[in-house]
Design a protein around this ligand. Structure first.
Ligand code: IPE
Ligand code: IPE
Ligand code: MG
Length: 238
């Protein structure tokens, strides 16, 4: 069935807000940590599916700059799941995923930072799909970072004030060099961006689904791709 999937307009860049792990678990009388564990499985599944479908760029929201507000035990659990994923990502070179971790990594534990550097280096030559894992990521922080970089160049006399434009800000984002996000899928039933890819999503199509993230699978993914293909994007034109 998977092979017969045909679609005429595939998004180049898909963003996913992987939400609903906690509620998925609560509905089953299970701890939130179990929801995150099943969410990690869904994540692996969706990366493989996106690759199968020929998506060029996939950005997943794993942990926001606001998620530090959660109980420390939950935060630790999520970070440990990321450690496991990165460890496996390193072992399974055959997956052919070019992995990048985007966000403010300076606040992460040293061992996690080292794992990230290693996975990024070891996956440089992979060309199956570009995966951005948004970790301690915030869209506002990212735009502020780009603005600081532009201001630094201005103060150094490298550029004139008029040269600070949208293209320069785009070039200062974590996703510099990548296409804007075409489609954002949010699971878990909420209809908001929660600080995800604010700049890059200026003309993104948004799809919100009530499916909780641990339940999200290839069929759900395909449904979103079909809905995207049926949308008419005008980008301000007629
Ligand atoms: C998303 O699921 C995972 C992260 C934010 C890390 P949640 O943990 O937000 O699940 P809900 O929204 O509470 O159900
Ligand atoms: C967004 O989900 C962040 C991630 C999925 C990593 P949240 O659960 O943190 O968002 P809010 O709090 O419902 O807006
Ligand atoms: Mg949530």
């Amino acid at each position: 069935m998977a092979k017969s999937f045909e679609i005429d307009k595939l998004p180049r860049h898909v963003g996913i807000i992987m939400d609903g792990n906690g509620r998925w678990a609560a509905h089953r009388g299970l701890p939130r940590s179990y929801g995150h564990k099943m969410g990690a499985d869904a994540f692996g599944r969706c990366v493989r599916h996106a690759k199968l479908r020929g998506i060029g760029y996939l950005t997943v929201y794993a942990f926001s700059t606001e998620n530090w507000n959660r109980p420390s035990e939950e935060v630790r659990g999520i970070m440990d799941l990321l450690r496991s994923y990165l460890k496996n990502a390193d072992n399974y070179k055959k997956e052919n995923v070019r992995t990048r971790v985007i966000g403010d990594l300076s606040q992460l534990d040293e061992d996690l930072r080292q794992m990230i550097v290693r996975v990024e280096e070891n996956s440089v030559a992979n060309d199956g799909i570009n995966l951005n894992i948004a970790l301690n990521y915030g869209g506002r922080d990212e735009i502020a970072k780009a603005a600081r970089e532009a201001a630094k160049r201005l103060m150094a006399g490298e550029i004139a004030l008029q040269q600070i434009d949208a293209a320069m800000i785009t070039g200062g984002l974590y996703t510099a060099g990548q296409p804007d996000v075409d489609l954002i899928i949010r699971t878990g039933g909420e209809s908001r961006l929660s600080n995800f890819l604010l700049w890059q999503s200026a003309y993104a199509e948004l799809i919100f689904t009530g499916t909780h993230w641990p339940d999200f699978n290839g069929e759900h993914f395909d449904r979103a791709l079909k809905e995207y293909a049926a949308r008419q994007r005008r980008m301000g034109g007629v």
